[in-house]
Design a protein around this ligand. Structure first.
Ligand code: TYM
Length: 349
């Protein structure tokens, strides 16, 4: 995307402990993108309260997610790590976007339907407007690339629609203030970066359901805080089918549990499903699972240990979030001032 400075933005909700889906779907890609991009990684605490959160638990979860980012390899000196509520522009831009996005667009969001369930009337207004806040998170920094798991694709399409409509609706004002980037408009249309062999990690108990924090069974997921013992037990108990592993990716079709475990192995080893099947194809699950336990423990245990070390000093974590918020605000505030000029607000101080 020429014309815009290349910038990465992504975030995770501090609603409970992060799991292997968050790690393979997003976090490993975040770490990799630091090598090539300016990166901003946010702990989206304002998104978290769209569903009820106990305030003490929320504080703990914000620090824990921050520790997970760092333990997994996000470098707070290089990349910006902060919590959303410390930068006021997120809420300000979200309001503008509440007035840009159309009801019909939000009505299509499958995540709202899933989360609100049958009791739609009782869902918070925040849960409904959530995708507008997510668009604001990204566009407040004019981010061009957004590394996420597969489940966020629809929200990113909405973000692009909002950016496009803002650019169109305010085209003359953008030009008048000299704020457009050529033909491209004021906001970039950010690219979703849905990458790697495990963009959608499934439950270990049911290969047709997404691995999720909200699943009642802890055996459905591997938490980033799990110790070696827990990781091993969960993988050993993971659902499989009676067939041997296929030798090619095609053979995984219609075998969701096999596909999921092979994807997890590929994600953790930094290879591809094909490469994993070259090694394990024709073998039984017992041998493959034993290798997966070793690999998962080797990759994930150091993260849990480092998280525990970091969490012992919450002052240090809070200092990182504060410094990150200052850096984030330094990028966001001038963009937000321009948005206010474009929209027609009077700024007299
Ligand atoms: P959240 O907190 O649900 O998830 C954080 C990231 O983890 C990915 N993910 C998964 N990837 C693969 N398999 C899974 N089972 C799995 N579960 C979760 C998600 O795709 C996500 O990348 N709305 C976002 C947070 C957000 C955000 C943003 C993201 C708020 N503002 C701006 C990007 C840019 C969410 O609820 O993610």
């Amino acid at each position: 995307m020429s014309g815009f400075h290349q910038r990465v933005f992504s975030g995770m909700q501090p609603t409970s402990t992060l799991h292997l889906g968050n790690y393979l779907g997003a976090l490993t890609n975040w770490v990799a993108m630091q090598k090539t991009h300016e990166c901003i990684y946010c702990v989206v605490d304002m998104h978290a309260i769209t569903m009820w959160q106990d305030p003490a638990d929320l504080k703990r979860a914000i620090r824990e997610v921050t520790a997970a980012y760092i333990a997994a390899g996000v470098d707070p000196k290089q990349s910006i790590i902060f919590n959303q509520s410390q930068v006021p522009g997120h809420a300000e831009l979200a309001w503008v976007f509440n007035c840009v996005a159309r009801l019909g667009w939000l009505n299509r969001m499958t995540q709202f339907k899933e989360k609100a369930g049958k009791d739609r009337e009782n869902a918070s207004v925040g849960l409904y407007a959530y995708p507008n806040l997510m668009a604001a998170d990204i566009l407040l920094y004019k981010a061009t690339h957004v590394p996420v798991g597969e489940d966020q694709k629809q929200h990113l399409e909405l973000t692009r629609d909002i950016a496009q409509k803002f650019n169109n609706d305010f085209g003359p004002q953008i030009a008048e203030h000299g704020l457009g980037t050529g033909e491209l408009g004021f906001f970039p249309l950010p690219e979703p970066m849905i990458q790697g062999p495990a963009p959608r990690v499934m439950s270990l108990r049911d290969g047709t359901k997404k691995m999720s924090k909200s699943d009642a069974s802890d055996y459905s997921r591997i938490n980033l805080t799990d110790d070696a013992e827990a990781i091993a037990t969960k993988i050993r108990k993971a659902k499989t089918d009676p067939e041997a592993l296929p030798s090619e990716e095609k053979g995984l079709e219609g075998r969701p549990e096999a596909e999921n475990l092979v994807g997890i192995y590929a994600g953790l080893s930094g290879s591809s499903k094909d490469a994993v099947l070259k090694q394990f194809g024709g073998g039984q699950f017992s041998g493959f699972k034993a290798a997966l336990v070793d690999l998962a423990v080797e990759k994930l245990s150091p993260i849990a240990v480092e998280m525990r070390r970091l969490l012992a000093d919450s002052t240090h974590i809070d200092a990182i979030l504060g410094a990150g918020a200052d850096r984030a605000d330094a990028i966001a505030a001038p963009i937000m001032r321009e948005v206010k000029d474009i929209v027609g607000f009077v700024r007299s101080r």
